[in-house]
Design a protein around this ligand. Structure first.
Ligand SMILES: Cc1cc2nc3c(=O)[nH]c(=O)nc-3n(C[C@H](O)[C@H](O)[C@H](O)COP(=O)(O)O)c2cc1C
Length: 221
């Protein structure tokens, strides 16, 4: 797959076919993505792949926590108290998603269903959880970003789609219970991964991007 085409066509996939992802494909994707750069070549990422019975138990465990009113308590902060243009961009995404999923402003039940779906890795047959050892935890987040995007791009070459997701690991004790990831590792991010169901409405989201006229300053060129 052409590199530029992959970058331009990658999008978050929030609806998957039930078909399992072959272990060999996941292995190759992680191997390829491990070429991602990291500060001082420290490669602080640790990948845990969940599928089959294990992912199903995690899905159930996280949904149960949510349904019983336990507040999500992620170990990584991805964003906080969004305001101004950041809040505007978040709202624009939410509006698109809710319109496509036919979720009305006041439709509490459908909203809750959507949140549960997120806790179920959007019903993906597999997920990759990235964690960081506590010895690297304060410095490694940037490096996790490089491998995460590289996994998402490499996956496309196998016909797979991903959603980079914080929500899947918001109940860390559920993840630890079924994967054995110890307390000494911080859960950083996950990717839901599987074959995209292109008929699933949320997969039609076209997220917007700010013009580079606004994001880029040119000096000496
Ligand atoms: C660090 C990070 C965390 C994210 N967490 C979630 C999440 O919990 N749920 C979700 O639906 N999308 C999540 N996303 C996906 C973003 O919403 C998505 O990348 C963004 O809206 C741009 O859309 P695109 O990926 O389709 O280009 C996350 C993305 C990143 C980079």
């Amino acid at each position: 797959m052409d590199l530029i085409e992959a970058i331009q066509s990658r999008k978050s996939i929030r609806g998957f076919k039930p078909d399992p992802v072959p272990k060999q494909a996941l292995k190759e994707i992680i191997e390829i993505a491990s070429r991602a750069p990291s500060s001082l070549n420290t490669q602080p990422w640790e990948c845990t792949v969940v599928a089959g019975e294990v992912i199903e138990k995690i899905k159930q465990g996280s949904v149960e926590q949510f349904a019983s009113g336990v507040a999500p308590h992620p170990e990584t902060v991805w964003h906080e108290g969004l305001e101004g243009k950041y809040r505007k961009r978040q709202v624009a995404l939410g509006i698109q998603l809710y319109q496509l999923m036919d979720i009305g402003r006041e439709d509490r039940e459908k909203k809750i269903d959507w949140v549960k779906r997120g806790f179920r890795f959007f019903d993906a047959p597999a997920a990759i959880i990235l964690s960081i050892d506590e010895s690297a935890r304060d410095v490694a987040q940037f490096d996790i970003g490089t491998i995460t995007q590289t996994i998402a791009l490499a996956a496309m070459n196998y016909g797979l789609g991903t959603c980079i997701q914080g929500q899947g690991i918001m109940y860390p004790e559920v993840i630890r219970k079924f994967t054995g990831i110890p307390e000494t590792k911080r859960l950083s991010i996950n990717l839901a991964i599987g074959y995209p169901d292109w008929d699933f409405p949320a997969n039609k989201v076209q997220s917007e991007r700010e013009s580079i006229e606004i994001t880029t300053t040119w000096c000496g060129i």
